[in-house]
Design a binder for this molecule. Sequence first.
Ligand code: GTP
Ligand code: MG
Length: 184
Amino acid sequence: MVKLRARCLLVGDPAVGKSALSQMFRSDGAHFQKNYSMTAGVELVVKSVNIPETSDSVELYIFDSAGRETFVEACEKLWGQPSVLCLVFDVSSELSFSNCGRWLERVRAHCQGLHIPGVLVGNKSDLSSRKEVETSVAQEWAQSQGLQYHETSAVSAPTPGHNRQAHRLLEPKCQHQVQKQYTL
Ligand SMILES: Nc1nc2c(ncn2[C@@H]2O[C@H](COP(=O)(O)OP(=O)(O)OP(=O)(O)O)[C@@H](O)[C@H]2O)c(=O)[nH]1
Ligand SMILES: [Mg+2]
């Protein structure tokens, strides 16, 4: 049985739902924060995820980082060296999508050229009547940046599929870590 650790960096504009997603993930869908409570630094969420069809697991250290510009510089000092990136925007906000490029630049500058696997998440898919970002546009941009794209809603509970997706994303990193007996 192998227990790995991965540092997941969660970034994106204010109020796109980063904390809601991480809290729903932590609580297996039991806790959705309806009222907006701005994150003023970095909130750490730790959760162990089983790797399907094995007895191995990954302990995910999720760094839920503030979206508000005034806090970002201070947050960056706490990011460390991420294993995986989760970049979130709100599908009902074109602005939050167009700012994703800036977030990615910031993370890449922080990682000094070291490639980290990542996912672009279009959150708030439940607000379909207010959708401002086409799936195909987000998908295309994600692909051009080497990111996987997923559309989701923090309002709905996570499914076992989310674990499988998380694992697929981390798989190359996990194998590398197993080979090198390397953790956080
Ligand atoms: N309808 C809907 N509302 C959501 C969803 N996810 C989050 N929200 C709401 O959006 C608001 C902002 O969510 P947060 O998770 O606090 O946003 P955040 O990205 O962490 O914001 P910062 O901490 O300021 O960076 C809250 O009122 C949430 O309830 C979603 O999938 N659908
Ligand atoms: Mg937050």
